[in-house]
Design a protein around this ligand. Structure first.
Ligand code: DGJ
Length: 551
């Protein structure tokens, strides 16, 4: 959690300049990604936008009546964007005959409640299985071939090696994007698209053994992949390099020759194929309406071989390099993070200029703490799953953090990432530290308690909070805006320019339209006489601190 090194920043900035996100705004003013240095921003109607998201359950938007009370409820609970499926079987029930009534209903429902939408295209795959494609696809395995296991048994998964599968999916997705442009191209309710959902082969086989897949397995590894790997060799994910090292980094030959004859090599082979297929679907959609598009990832849940703990070929971090090599229309490879180690997972996707977005994650107080951390790491958005069926207390706890992030949006989206740091308490943590400006910030989680009803200070209140997170923005020399909960923060000299440092002033406050509005001045008990910042554990707040250096 120390601030990233200068060399890494430089490399990221150089890489960012060569990635796929558009550098010039699209002529139609559609939502788009914009990069500068290590920052990626989602621009909506000319302004940077942070997705304070929530994903609806997968069946929710298939019913107008079900959704009617949900739209206003979600808006009241402080979500600004909902993620909602739109499925191939719904939009193309008969081949070539499209029905966009549910798409229009979702856009209208969101729009009437000042919400934005991200549609999840459940086309060929959802959670590694093909369950949302139309009956005319499902029932015709001759025309739409399936993944086969080593015994030749058809699985309930469309083969990523078949062009008929890909082209039919791409045609439907392109029709959807054309319709969204016509229905929403000037209003921009729809911000982004997720293409497919958690793809990869779910089951015991690490690769497809259909005749087309068998032929591809024996072909040379494509030049485009090998060139990418050679160019970025020093930066590739360690787990990927481990596999490649076993063949002495061979850079010519069949998949088995270059990556070995193992399940890990088969996973790499599938990762390339899924990236090609889904990127082609995304490309067909972008030709109609070029808003940002991403894939989400069922990340590895336990250590072990592919096929069991995550779908083989999905964009897990150990094959993220293969995915990044394979895509040119997709803008983001995003992790769904339900694991406790949100920090570690996010760090592994902060890779080669890949923009950060968390499309699925946990809700509630834990989610809120994670959101504080994630927005400090430069995510463009955060979105717990199943928010329409969550207990109200879960959405309320997250909403308290979303209110804070909402206030900070202008500052967060215009400050260079190197001036922003964040921490979040994970199991076993008692403290953390970050470097910013000329200071080391020593952050303690233990000893910070939820304030008791009697209103003591945060260090002598009631029950200890299990949550702690801080998002710190260095707004000027010796000045910081801190949004936090469940932490205390000391400032220590961290450069030969500072002998000693003391707190000059601490204000609690809010941002209103980007302008700081101070509330209480906290220079006494609430900072232990200016020794450290104190953030109680049950409510995220914002403080502005000014320091002074002295002998
Ligand atoms: C991840 C999937 O992407 C979601 O659609 C949903 O099925 C959840 N898992 C369920 O936990």
């Amino acid at each position: 959690m120390f601030k990233r090194g200068i060399l890494l920043d430089f490399l990221l900035a150089a890489l960012a300049a060569s990635t796929t996100a558009s550098a010039t705004p699209p002529a139609d003013g559609a939502p788009h990604l914009e990069r500068s240095g290590a920052n990626t921003r989602l621009i909506v109607d000319g302004k940077p936008y942070l997705i304070l998201g929530g994903e609806l359950r997968n069946s929710s938007t298939s019913s107008f009546d079900y959704m009617r009370p949900i739209w206003p409820q979600m808006a009241a609970e402080k979500f600004n964007t909902l993620l909602a499926p739109t499925t191939w079987e719904q939009v193309e029930p008969q081949e070539g005959k499209f029905d966009f009534s549910l798409v229009d209903a979702a856009i209208t429902g969101a729009r009437e409640n000042n919400l934005h939408l991200i549609f999840l295209w459940f086309g060929s795959w959802k959670n590694g299985i093909s369950s949302y494609e139309p009956v005319w696809v499902k029932s015709n395995m001759k025309r739409f071939p399936r993944v086969q296991d080593a015994e030749g048994t058809n699985l309930e998964i469309l083969s990523a090696f078949d062009n008929a599968n890909r082209d039919s999916d791409a045609r439907a997705y392109a029709a959807l994007m054309k319709h969204i442009r016509e229905f929403d191209g000037t209003k921009h309710t729809v911000l982004m698209m997720q293409v497919e959902n958690e793809s990869g082969i779910l089951g015991d086989t690490a690769r497809d053994h259909s005749p087309e897949a068998e032929a591809a397995w024996k072909k040379p590894v494509p030049e485009a992949l090998l060139t990418f790997l050679a160019k970025n060799k020093a930066l590739l994910q360690p787990e990927f390099l481990d596999v490649w090292a076993r063949t002495g980094y061979k850079n010519k030959g069949t998949w088995a020759e270059v990556f070995g004859n193992s399940q890990r090599a088969e996973e790499i082979f599938e990762a390339w194929q899924y990236s090609q297929y889904i990127d082609a679907v995304a490309g067909a959609g972008k030709a109609e309406y070029a808003i940002p598009m991403y894939v989400n990832t069922w990340i590895t849940q336990y250590t072990g071989e592919p096929g069991g703990e995550h779908p083989s070929g999905g964009s897990v971090s150990r094959v993220l390099d293969v995915w990044l090599a394979g895509i040119s229309h997709l803008d983001i490879v995003a992790p769904d993070i339900y694991l406790p180690d949100l920090r570690g997972v996010l760090a592994s996707y902060d890779h080669l200029g890949n923009p950060l977005f968390i499309p699925e994650t946990r809700n509630g107080a834990a989610g809120g703490a994670n959101a504080l951390y994630a927005f400090g790491q430069g995510v463009i958005g955060f979105s717990p799953f199943a928010v329409d069926q969550a207990a109200e207390s879960e959405n309320v706890a997250l909403g308290a953090v979303y209110r804070v992030i909402d206030q900070l949006t202008p500052l967060l989206t215009t400050t260079d990432r190197t001036k922003i740091a964040s921490v979040v308490r994970q199991e076993g943590d008692a403290k953390a530290a970050v470097e910013l400006d000329d200071y080391l910030l020593r952050i303690q989680y233990e000893g910070v308690t939820v304030r008791g009803a009697g209103g003591g200070t945060a260090t002598n209140g009631a029950a200890t909070t299990p949550f702690g997170a801080a998002l710190i923005i260095n707004t000027a020399p010796d000045e910081f805006i801190v949004a936090a909960e469940g932490v205390t923060i000391n400032f220590l000299p961290n450069s030969n320019r500072v002998r000693q440092v003391s707190i000059m002033s601490v204000e609690e406050g809010i941002f209103s339209n980007g302008v700081w509005v101070p509330g209480r001045r906290l220079n006494g008990d609430e900072t232990n006489s200016n020794d450290h910042l104190i953030f109680r554990g049950d409510m995220p707040t914002i403080q502005k601190v000014k320091l002074y250096r002295h002998d």
